[in-house]
Design a protein around this ligand. Structure first.
Ligand SMILES: Nc1nc2c(ncn2[C@@H]2O[C@H](COP(=O)(O)OP(=O)(O)O)[C@@H](O)[C@H]2O)c(=O)[nH]1
Ligand SMILES: [Mg+2]
Length: 247
């Protein structure tokens, strides 16, 4: 593994992505900046773990579903364990790679994630966030969760996030520390942005040509958005947001 390749470790949290995870893992592993790919299978009932392993990922599995934030924490812990095993880090001066958080459903388009790493590796940002183009598959939501997250982040930090819920992020060690412990479940992205900015660190949104499966307007999609709304709300309130106090 070259010096450059050691600089970024990818963490892919996912559930029931057996149809898409192999393509995602291969695309991420092929990025020259990425040294290792850890997939966290969050209690899938399909073949996600096996497929991811066969595609070359290091796979950690939660026996039961624990949510996206818990999966990211498991993945980050696994990365540090692998770094220690490689002798890259020692107790005195640990060398910690940046983490690249990647949703499991991007498939081949994950090959375009390289643009996220540059600003973190050259030190001009502590965390980058991918903004996605219009998606080929239409979404079934009306932007309620996005507006909640954007408004809350704005209120707490002054930062206007174009796509506050985007899960594709390159997170430097200082940014990860500032956001740990992560907010639970689907609140993780919103809270990451708030916590990193409040620590005085730099956040940058970077356009990235990605396509993912967008949750639809069926009951499953609505349930997903209800859970997202709850978790984003809880993450914001835990950080001092009090929307009911506004006139
Ligand atoms: N850790 C974890 N990840 C999940 C869970 N459900 C979905 N995911 C992953 O989170 C990412 C986004 O989920 P997705 O269903 O595509 O929702 P959307 O993109 O917000 O419409 C994908 O990589 C999923 O595999 C879960 O329960 N736990
Ligand atoms: Mg998706």
């Amino acid at each position: 593994m070259g010096a450059l390749a050691a600089q970024v470790s990818a963490v892919i949290p996912c559930k029931d992505e057996a149809d898409r995870i192999a393509a995602t893992v291969r695309a991420v592993a092929a990025l020259p900046q990425v040294g290792r790919v850890v997939v966290v299978d969050d209690g899938s009932t399909d073949d996600t773990s096996r497929v991811a392993r066969e595609a070359g990922a290091d796979v950690v599995r939660h026996d039961r579903n624990r949510g996206k934030a818990a999966a990211l924490e498991t993945g980050a812990a696994r990365v540090r364990e692998l770094e220690r095993a490689d002798g890259q880090a020692d107790a005195v001066a640990p060398v910690r790679s940046a983490l690249l958080f990647v949703d499991g459903d991007l498939q081949e388009t994950a090959a375009n994630l390289g643009v996220l790493t540059q600003a973190v590796l050259d030190g001009s940002a502590d965390m980058t966030i991918a903004t996605l183009p219009a998606q080929i598959t239409a979404g079934g939501g009306r932007g309620l969760v996005v507006n909640l997250a954007r408004g809350g982040i704005q209120h707490l930090t002054g930062f206007t996030a174009v796509q506050p819920l985007s899960g594709m992020r390159c997170v430097g060690p200082r940014a990860f520390d500032a956001a740990t412990p992560l907010a639970r479940g689907w609140g993780v992205e919103t809270a990451l942005t708030v916590d990193v900015l409040r620590a005085g660190l730099t956040v940058l949104e970077v356009p990235c040509e990605l396509q993912h499966r967008v949750s639809g307007s069926d009951w499953r999609g609505q349930l997903h958005r209800a859970g997202q709304y709850r978790d984003v709300w809880l993450a914001l309130v835990a950080r001092g947001w009090r929307p009911w106090h506004r006139g």
